[in-house]
Design a protein around this ligand. Sequence first.
Ligand code: C2E
Ligand code: CA
Ligand code: CA
Ligand code: CA
Length: 277
Amino acid sequence: AKEAGGNSYKVFSQLAEDDDQKQLILENDLRNACETEQLLVHYQPVIDLSTGRLKSFEALVRWKHPDLGLIPPGDFIPVAERSGLINEIGTWVLESACEQVKQWHYLNDTLGLAVNVSIRQFRNPQFPSVVRDVLEITQFPPHLLILEITESMMQDDYESVRIIEEIRALGVKLAIDDFGTGYSSLSKLGFLPIDYLKIDRSFTMEMLTHPPIQSIVQTIIDMGRNLDMELIAEGIEEEGQSSILAECGCQFGQGYLFSKPLPAEEIETAYCLSSLL
Ligand code: C2E
Ligand code: CA
Ligand code: CA
Ligand code: CA
């Protein structure tokens, strides 16, 4: 695997202009990565902004490429999505993360777990049964699992509604990720059973310096609360952002202020010994 990786990197840089070729090499490497345990999951804490207590973790996948080092998901999820490998990768992330957080339940049995779901996974008619199987294999409590989808996946066609309902029937929660950045009609929010809205990082970043952005954030929070949804703000990097979000009524938040996404072992040293977990 090491050899093949080395070769493909050379070819990769030589053919840098050829996007199709690049895609093919990356796709090949990724297929290999799935088989040789090069993928790993990092965990980012989600904090209750009013109490400072740990609520849950978001699972974020990483690829430890033998030559290119740690590749962020933004660089390979699109490749996985186009090639269909995302189904395999997504199932692996879901199962690994459920297994891991289930272990942490010995210390804190209310700990939630959020897992990102890509559109191709979500559109797979088998998806609800995959989730059911993972819950069964890992014995993870369904009500502590949050699946994060994006606005563009909230179609009101028959198939999407069926999938959402089947997932809900398992007792699993749903979150809309990156809320406010997609082009969805707000009316869908009133028809689909969504538990959480995640306020996109772009809002969190701008809200202290741009008063109109703060008004928009306040409006999202009020709307979510009126619809009985819980709010999670992403990308909190400063104390000021955390306190203003809490004042606006946003209950939960995550971001570098609290912690970067970390490998499981580092989460254990950071949290197990503290009162948070
Ligand atoms: P996302 O779901 O919106 O995840 C949040 C991203 O923001 C993560 O990037 C996280 O590391 C980063 N982040 C968290 N706090 C802060 C902060 O305070 N400041 C800044 N600047 N960034 C922060 P990451 O891990 O690179 O993931 C990027 C995207 O890749 C994710 O965005 C998600 O859409 C996708 N992704 C990650 N893991 C998976 C997965 O297992 N499956 C699928 N389908 N997509 C995934
Ligand atoms: Ca997410
Ligand atoms: Ca997000
Ligand atoms: Ca985002």
